[in-house]
Design a protein around this ligand. Structure first.
Ligand code: NAD
Length: 291
């Protein structure tokens, strides 16, 4: 089985980005600047944002972290979004999800200027992506597309089953994989919590993209010999043998699948680092556009 090593691939792409930023610096051009908004103390969100900020530093971008407590009101958060929209110094920004329950995530998303939406979550970017126009592509699905391309995994004419219909992963993944491009041109089935007889779908799949959030749900009996597994899930599973009291598990049963499939992403070190790199690529694009 080929391990689709997102960590190594992300590192290689970061080197390329760094070279580009060095060239911009030498030409006295504008250094890309990403801002991240982190609300509350969600431990996983803190890790994700820390990774995003430190990755910016690694490639020579500027980064800003705006932290606010869980108690922030919706109007206070919307005011921060407006400020970032208007700040000429900021090329792109993200508001880390999930937000506290009293805040309407849709309202926050709708307030983000699409030109600075480097997460690719706003209606303008989702719409442009769907029409095949130039857009900031959602970071995780785009990271997966880059991974498929760089690893030379053929998608044209293949049966792809996407598990999960979230706006940030599953649904845009189906759009990107089915459109007329490379990678793309796949026949895509989207499965979700109401899908009947999930196994009948997954057993047909040449490629499975699992974005469900249930640890190790995709097992060897559900997958055909030689399939490719892209595991998006990041789940904390209690593990008393670890110092921190948990381990990270994907949505696929890596140990059970590794003798049956032809290629698979590990968790951690698979899709996660590709998501971060995709965000950096969008930020560089935003910075170039702003000139
Ligand atoms: P979500 O958590 O919003 O929704 C889960 C989806 O799974 C829903 O669409 C639901 O219909 C589907 N689902 C639930 N039970 C199912 C079942 N039995 N069979 C088929 N489908 C089922 O989705 P999300 O935000 O895309 O997150 C999914 C996972 O991916 C989580 O573990 C999350 O932490 C992880 N994630 C990872 C990255 C990354 O960069 N690696 C990025 C985003 C999300």
């Amino acid at each position: 089985m080929q391990v689709l090593d997102g960590k190594a691939l992300a590192q290689a792409i970061k080197e390329e980005l760094k070279e580009e930023v060095d060239a911009i610096r030498q030409a006295a051009g504008k250094i890309p600047h990403l801002a991240a908004v982190l609300i509350g103390e969600n431990p996983a969100s803190q890790v994700y944002v820390r990774n995003k900020v430190s990755s910016c530093e690694e490639v020579g971008f500027r980064s800003s972290l705006i932290r606010r407590p869980e108690s922030i009101t919706q109007s206070e958060l919307l005011a921060i979004v407006t400020e970032l929209n208007e700040d000429p110094d900021v090329d792109g920004f993200i508001v880390q999800l999930p937000l506290p329950k009293h805040i309407d995530e849709d309202a926050v998303n709708l307030a983000i200027d699409p030109r600075k939406d480097v997460d690719g979550f706003t209606p303008v970017n989702i719409g442009r992506m769907t029409l095949g126009l130039d857009a900031y592509l959602p970071a995780t699905p785009n990271g997966i597309m880059v991974m498929l391309e760089r690893y030379g995994i053929e998608t044209s004419g293949k049966e792809v089953v996407v598990l999960g219909r979230s706006n940030i992963v599953g649904t845009p993944m189906t759009v990107l994989l089915s459109r007329k491009s490379s990678p793309g041109n796949a026949t895509v089935t989207l499965c979700h919590s109401r899908t009947r007889d999930l196994k009948s779908h997954t057993l047909r799949a040449d490629i499975i993209v699992a974005a469900i959030g249930i640890p190790e749900m995709v097992t060897a009996d559900m997958v055909k010999e030689g399939a490719v597994i892209i595991d998006v899930g990041i789940n904390r599973v209690d593990d008393a043998s670890r110092n921190r009291g948990y381990r990270l598990a994907g949505d696929a049963d890596y140990a059970g699948l590794k003798h049956k499939v032809s290629a698979m992403t590990p968790v951690p070190g698979g899709v996660g680092p590709m998501t971060v790199v995709s965000l950096l690529m969008n930020t560089l694009q935003a910075s170039k556009r702003r000139g």
